[in-house]
Each structure stands twice: as C-alpha cells, then as structure tokens.
Design a protein. Sequence first.
Length: 176
Amino acid sequence: MELERAAMSQAPRPISPPPAAALATALRQATATAHRAVETLPLSRRLLAPDLTLDEYRDYLYRLTLLHQGLEPHLTTIVPDALRRRLGARPRLAALRDDLARLDTEPPDPHNTLPARLCAEQGIDCGIGALYVLEGSSLGGQLIARRLRARFGARFTATEAIDPYGAAVGARPRAP
C-alpha cells in the first residue's frame, strides 16, 4: 500500500488545458454538427462550383448581410468589448455592404432582427459561440475567395467580407 501511494504521488498528473484551449475545444464540438449542416446547404455547395454565377454569389452575400445585420449589433451588447478583442472578433457588416456595392447590389433593409432575437434568448454563451463561428468562417472564406478569383478573374474584389484577413489569416490569432 505504501509503495502504491509513493508511486501515485510521483506519477505525472494530467495537465488541464489552458482555458482558451478548453474553450476552443468546447466550441468546436458544440458547433460541429451545425457546421456540417451549413456545408451541405445548396447555396454553400454552389459557392465552390466551377460554374458559379455572379447572381448566385450576390444572393449569398445578400443572405450573409441579412444575418450580420441582425447579429453583429446585438453581439456588441452581450459580449463585452475586452472579450471580443481577446477573441479577435472583427465586424464584417461594412465589408459585406461594400462587397454588395462592388457588385452593383443594394444591401438589404436593416430591419432584420431574427438572429439577434434568437441569440438574446441564450445570452453571452450564445454570443461567444456566434463570434467563434463568424471568425472561424474566415478560414473557409479564404478558399472561397480563391475560387471566386479563379472563376471571375484575379481582379475580382468583392471578397473583403468573406476573406477579411487575406494571406494573413493563418498568422493572426484565431478565435478560441
């Protein structure tokens, strides 16, 4: 018995992951099913299609703008500034509107509040999850932007919202 106790006291103890790593793992697991579901949506699949049309891309940006119009302003009220900065979250609504303008498309009416209402029911945990998903989409956005430039030409610039960090996406701190 004494030998067992001595061995146990010297055995390496499991190291708890740092809080940010634990949060990242929890967020990845919590959003995995939804992430896969979004990737299988017809509109999502079309974004990578070699015959994607500008009208389809406009529709995608328009819908994404609707989401951000309802969500971004609300996230600033439920997630404190310091935490948003720590997460590296950056608003994209202005970039979405700019991308729509580059495609000669009016942005949607700013009275969409459904995402904000849904998130308000959950509180700060929903806000952090939403920021995680929105920031994480910049990795996929980089791939989509490359495909769009291959499809519509190297000078195609209506990608600021989906690829906000460009080549620096891997170098910047990722959302947890």
